[in-house]
Design a protein around this ligand. Structure first.
Ligand SMILES: [Zn+2]
Length: 588
């Protein structure tokens, strides 16, 4: 290098993060080190003596790789809210969308109106917002990807099966596809992956229904159709598979296990399914599913469960009907127009029938075993105002009605808008130990936030900060080092995100600086900031000091900045083909 004259300032770092404790994502023990960033990459870890344009004092906080959220539905939100909020406030620097078969491309003239209607139903995004947010004039996946403006964090999208089915079969999808139709879907999928799509997603999930109450298009797909489409991913480097099985917290039936195994083996790509939420009541089913999935490894497959560390706060309404519509016989109620639904709920006999049927066996039966234990989060008229923040049992005691009647009376008075659900309770130690066992299993990866979906219902976007607060600090189940690994290197490896998930020299400078003593989600609020003024749940975090994406600060002390350094991830460029071997690199 002698004789070279360096341009003035060449050695100056863009950013120096000094005085922190580096937790690098591999699970290795923390070490005190400064982190130097130049041109979007980490260029030095150690004691820095170079000057920097900007210095961030990490003051004994943890400096780790940015968190990776593999399961979001930010496809449409990216078009109107390029911050992809609130995820970055929780340390997320890379999000994957297009899950569950519900990408918003490809489209045809016919499905440009159907797809937003379906999304409004299955993923809880208000239809008027979806329509106000975009003109839905793109057709190919490439065309859609071009429409995404610069975002705060990295965003990758899968190509969804329901979108593909709609594009090829139109609204005549309640049947098996013919061979020529499967070939046409494969062609569209191929084009989507060539344009940078990160893989293929699909669903047989029983809660996935369209606005007319019909099962979502992908639920009619045969085994052969799923395998044929999955196999297309084998033609493209750096792709992945994602699937929603029916009844996911019960033991897999043979057909479901077989289809996931065959899809993975045909594509030579891992398939992840979600979401596993271990509870004492389903722990045996979780263990069973992990064992049979591990056996699939012998057949050239890798079947991975995304597991959510804590159930999200669930805010239910009779306006959207999510979750409620899984109760036996209740789906007809939510296929009705709102006025008719109000009339049915007001009718004592019909109401009694609904209460009766809610007691029948169903995947959500346990959630509704005590209506009195439900909490009213928000009410919407002067007459019901006094009940906001109270339990249904309180209302019942005050009004002399049964718990179910008390709830439905408030719901009817509120024109269906009442938000209610269970308050989070501190999980029992036995439950938490069971969950820790599941996290440590090499057949699982942490995830399943569903961020960007169920906007007025779930706070899954807080998965990362809740995990650090609950699993590490409150329950002491694992170290910060292991927890960070679960949020970074492990999901990065599953999707082949080769320069993310580890805080090492040469990696992208996606960095989160947080205080392990205080990191936690803040309480949610209902915000009416969707494109048409509809409401969503929004919650920030405490204890996240700085979030950097490609070396630029996107969050500072709990607030978003104006920086939009996030890139659109493209398969084969930002991903390598993920390994088919299941390995857990750290304990716990
Ligand atoms: Zn999903």
């Amino acid at each position: 290098m002698d004789g070279w004259v360096r341009p003035e300032g060449d050695e100056v770092l863009d950013v120096a993060i000094v005085g922190g404790l580096v937790v690098d994502g591999t699970g290795a023990t923390r070490r005190r080190a400064d982190v130097g960033i130049r041109s979007g990459s980490i260029v030095a870890i150690g004691r820095l003596d170079e000057a920097a344009h900007r210095t961030i004092d990490a003051g004994d906080m943890i400096v780790g790789p940015g968190f990776i959220d593999l399961h979001t539905h930010y496809d449409a939100q990216a078009l109107w809210d390029p911050t992809l909020g609130p995820s970055p406030l929780h340390g997320v620097t890379t999000a994957i969308a297009g899950n569950c078969g519900f990408s918003i491309a490809p489209l045809t003239d016919r499905t440009a109106s159907y797809v937003p209607e379906m999304l409004s139903r299955v993923e809880g995004m208000p239809l008027a917002s979806l329509r106000a947010a975009a003109d839905w004039s793109w057709r190919s996946t490439a065309d859609y990807l071009e429409r995404i403006p610069p975002t705060s964090i990295g965003l990758g999208v899968l190509v969804g099966h329901s979108a593909l089915r709609g594009a090829v079969m139109g609204l005549d999808f309640e049947r098996a596809a013919a061979p020529a139709e499967i070939a046409a879907m494969a062609t569209l999928l191929r084009a989507g992956l060539a344009a940078g799509g990160l893989g293929f997603s699909s669903s047989w999930g029983t809660s996935h229904r369209d606005p007319d109450g019909r099962p979502a298009p992908s639920r009619f797909a045969s085994h052969d159709e799923l395998v044929a489409l999955a196999a297309v991913c084998g033609e493209f480097a750096g792709t992945s598979l994602q699937f929603i099985p029916p009844n996911m917290n019960e033991p897999f039936d043979d057909e479901v296990l077989e289809v996931m195994t065959t899809m993975s083996a045909a594509a030579r790509r891992p398939i992840n399914w979600n979401v596993m939420i271990p509870e004492p009541s389903n722990l045996d089913a979780c263990r069973h599913n992990l064992r049979v999935a591990a056996e699939a490894g012998g057949r050239g497959a890798r079947v991975v469960a995304l597991t959510a560390p804590f159930p999200a706060l669930t805010r239910l309404t009779f306006d959207t009907g999510f979750v409620l519509d899984v109760l036996p016989g209740w789906e007809e109620l939510f296929a009705m127009a709102r006025d008719e639904r109000c009339r049915v709920l007001a009718d004592p006999q019909r109401r009694g029938e609904l209460e009766q049927r809610a007691r029948e066996p169903s995947p959500v039966r346990r959630f509704f075993d005590d209506w009195g234990d439900m909490h009213l989060f928000d009410t919407h008229t002067p007459a019901t105002r006094r009940w906001a923040g109270r339990s249904v049992a309180d209302v019942a005691a005050a009004t002399g009605a049964s718990a179910f009647d008390a709830l439905i009376d408030v719901v009817c008075a509120d024109g269906l808008l009442t938000g209610f659900g269970r308050l989070p309770t501190r999980a029992a130690e036995t439950t938490m130990r069971a969950r820790a066992e599941i996290w440590a299993d090499p057949g699982t990866v942490l995830g399943g936030s569903d961020a960007g979906a169920h906007l007025d219902m779930l706070d899954g976007f807080a998965l990362t900060t809740r995990f650090l607060q609950g699993a590490v600090r409150e329950h002491g189940l694992l170290s910060t080092e292991a927890a960070v690994h679960h949020l970074t290197a492990a999901p990065a490896a599953l999707y082949g995100l080769h320069d993310r998930g580890r805080l090492v020299e040469g990696a992208r400078a996606d960095v989160v600086v947080f205080d392990e003593e205080t990191v936690a989600p803040r309480p949610c609020e209902v915000r009416t900031d969707l494109p048409d003024g509809s409401a969503r749940l929004f919650g920030a975090a405490v204890g996240i000091s700085h979030v950097l994406v490609g070396g630029e600060v996107v969050c500072e002390r709990g607030e978003m900045t104006d920086a939009r350094p996030g890139i659109l991830l493209r398969s084969g460029r930002d991903t390598l083909t993920p390994s088919m071997a299941a390995v857990r690199e750290v304990d716990g």
